[in-house]
Design a protein around this ligand. Structure first.
Ligand SMILES: [Fe+2]
Length: 304
């Protein structure tokens, strides 16, 4: 049985051998890859600790964590959040029900913050990138999934390390740079708040990459690469570490293009001209970000 440990920066929670180093250095933020780690040996991610953590999440005034139940299909909506179940109950019944639990921003708890800091130090060494300088808002999340449950096809805006700590499952990943997979219009919609924008590709149901993950392995998924997950006949626990680029002009460019296209124009595709992307990011992109932040603040303060 694996030894249960506490995180210590530089203690080799992510395998530091030549093969792992090469994968991280060559593919981080560009291409999906399977990596090895030892997060499954950490007490913080075992079920007793997760139950304790779920109780803490529930007691918070602003509960950020989420759970839902039901049996979603790959190209469908996610499940529903049942009114008669609490987060802790959903976790206690995870082996029998069809639940999906997301313990969000758990690094707000000191012991998990310590773990996240240790991960960032190691991941910076492995990728050869100062993640504290070039990336921001690192987020530690835990996904706990009932047997055989599917997480439907979707995309996320952050670079993501998904480390498996309990159970096995398969992660199917698609190339966001392939126009057959993700069109410019779909990207523009995603970055303007239409989160379920990507169209499912029945003809590519096995993904352009697929990774069978077990405790001690994990998948790196670049930002916006669509994916879905099929859990095996077991309870799955995965630890997710997300990063956002400090400077990412393409987001502002996609937002600008969304509105430009609505005017009947054909905008320049992001990535073709860094100068054009920069201008779009500093103008419409910043305006969009400002308006979005204002709307969010008004909603939380006045409910409007
Ligand atoms: Fe995802």
């Amino acid at each position: 049985m694996a030894t249960i440990t506490h995180p210590v920066a530089g203690s080799g929670l992510f395998a530091q051998d030549t093969e792992n180093r090469k994968l991280f250095a060559e593919h981080f933020d560009h291409q999906p890859f399977l990596f090895r780690h030892a997060l499954n040996t950490m007490e913080l991610f075992q079920m007793p600790a997760l139950l304790k953590l779920a109780r803490k999440c529930m007691d918070k005034r602003q509960q950020k964590s989420h759970f839902e139940t039901g049996k979603p299909v790959v190209d469908g909506f996610f499940g529903n959040k049942p009114a008669d179940l609490t987060l802790v109950q959903a976790l206690e019944r995870i082996g029998e029900d069809s639940n999906w639990i997301i313990l969000k921003r758990i690094h707000e708890e000191p012991e998990y913050r310590e773990a996240l800091e240790a991960f960032i130090t190691e991941l910076s060494e492995l990728t050869g990138i100062d993640l504290r300088r070039d990336y921001h808002d690192p987020i530690l999340t835990i996904f706990i999934t009932s047997p055989n449950r599917i997480t439907p096809y979707h995309l996320d805006g952050e670079a993501n390390f998904l480390a498996q700590v309990q159970g096995s499952k398969t992660v199917y990943v698609y190339n966001a740079n392939d126009p057959q997979i993700l069109t410019e219009e779909e990207k523009e919609k995603y970055w303007t708040g239409h989160l379920l924008a990507p169209r499912w590709h029945e003809e590519l149901s096995n993904g352009q990459w697929h990774f069978d993950v077990t405790p001690g392995t994990g998948v790196f998924n670049p930002a916006t690469f669509p994916h879905y997950v099929k859990n095996d006949n077991n309870v799955s626990v995965s630890v997710s570490v997300n990063f956002k680029r400090v400077r990412n002009d393409s987001i502002g460019a996609y937002r600008t293009n969304y509105f430009t296209r609505k005017l009947g124009l054909r905008p320049t595709v992001p990535g073709q001209s860094p100068a054009v992307d920069r201008i779009k990011s500093l103008t419409v992109g910043n305006l969009y970000t400002g308006l979005h932040a204002t709307r969010k603040a008004l909603r939380s303060r006045f409910g409007i």
